[in-house]
Write a protein that binds this ligand. Structure first.
Ligand SMILES: *[C@@H]1O[C@H](CO)[C@@H](O)[C@H](O)[C@H]1NC(C)=O
Length: 221
């Protein structure tokens, strides 16, 4: 396992050291069988020759590294819109309980971030359900770097590690035993930002809190 962590150069050097030692005994044992190994022949010799002979002028090299035509696409960071910033006030807390495998949970996190942004909500670090297949009880903090997550998103949404004590009633069990008003109903596929504003904002405004399981289909902005 350790060898995989070595930089490429070190690995290549190691291989060079190991390879001759590895092949020499075989070469002595049966030179005819292994002669191909000793003198590998390029399969496409004419191609190789012409490639080596082709002059590479500086002009051609410059061409090679020139960015392709943008075809009208623009990087999103060159948007003419003013940069988004944190809302003046949070509308409340958004909590999500995510099940499924790591990839599903990752998508659930992305959805939750987008929805928190749309709603001006404060996102609570997502809660991962115990995975029923692998019995994996890893939490968000076990898998992801929480401080990094909070920090990279600090200009977009507020994130807290835990709900304030006022909401300590809001546990997984609370939602398991009854239908609760603070639970967001599943969004339709391709729900627009307006769907969230119309359906989830009122819950957030009434309770200062809402919750999704997992949340929602990806919002289309
Ligand atoms: C979110 O905050 C922005 C800026 O403070 C405000 O313009 C917008 O109306 C707010 N949206 C909601 C859903 O509260």
């Amino acid at each position: 396992m350790k060898i995989l962590l070595l930089p490429g150069g070190v690995l290549a050097a190691l291989l060079l050291l190991i390879l001759p030692a590895f092949y020499t005994p075989f070469a002595h044992a049966s030179p005819s069988v292994l002669s191909e190994w000793n003198a590998p022949k390029p399969r496409h010799l004419p191609l190789l020759k012409s490639a080596l002979q082709r002059p590479t002028s500086n002009e051609k090299q410059t061409d090679l590294w020139t960015p392709l035509d943008d075809q009208g696409w623009r990087p999103c960071d060159e948007s003419s819109k003013p940069p988004l910033s944190l809302p003046e006030k949070s509308e409340g807390y958004l909590q999500v309980f995510l099940d499924g495998g790591l990839n599903q949970q990752r998508m659930g996190i992305c959805d939750a971030v987008a929805v928190a942004k749309i709603l001006n909500a404060t996102l609570v670090i997502p809660h991962f359900e115990v995975n029923p297949v692998w019995q994996d009880s890893s939490s968000f903090m076990d898998i992801f770097d929480v401080d990094h997550f909070i920090n990279v998103l600090k200009d977009d949404i507020s994130i807290v590690k835990e709900l304030p004590d006022d909401f300590s009633w809001s546990t997984r069990e609370y939602y398991a035993i009854a239908i609760r008003a603070t639970r967001i109903k599943m969004a339709p596929v391709h729900a627009s930002a307006n769907w969230y504003l119309e359906n989830v904002s009122p819950v957030l405004q009434s309770y200062g809190y809402c919750c999704g399981f997992p949340i929602l289909s990806p919002p289309v902005l």
